[in-house]
Design a protein around this ligand. Structure first.
Ligand SMILES: [Fe+2]
Length: 124
């Protein structure tokens, strides 16, 4: 949608984060296979796509918060069963998610500081 609106900077930012998330999925699937599990890739959470940039950032923030909570729980569980290699994989992904939410909050702050129309002029 950002590309369609010609907000190239935002488009690149969203695309980079989406690629990060795809890499996380690849890493997690690899780890599950290594542990002789069967990854479930057919059950997805509802995907919320906002109709404008602030709503998109709000939805993404909500998703990142959920991911951070889930990774923190999984990291504790991996430690409890002394699977420190899996814990390390999860910790690495968690640090990416922390960065993601920080970047979203930076954009939300910029919108708040300079108003949406002015912010959007910086994203062309
Ligand atoms: Fe993320």
């Amino acid at each position: 949608m950002s590309a369609n609106w010609d907000y190239e900077k935002l488009h690149q930012y969203f695309e980079k984060r989406a690629i990060d998330e795809m890499k996380h999925a690849e890493i997690l699937i690899g780890r599950i296979l290594f542990l002789d599990g069967i990854p479930t890739v057919s059950k997805l959470h509802d995907i919320k796509i906002g109709s404008d940039i602030p709503k998109q950032l709000e939805s993404d923030h909500f998703s990142e918060e959920g991911a951070i909570k889930a990774y923190n729980v999984a990291i504790v569980q991996a430690g409890e069963v002394k699977d420190f290699a899996t814990r390390e994989v999860l910790e690495h992904i968690l640090s990416d998610e922390d960065r993601h939410i920080d970047e979203i909050e930076e954009l939300q702050d910029q919108i708040s500081h300079m108003t949406l129309p002015l912010f959007l002029t910086t994203q062309l």
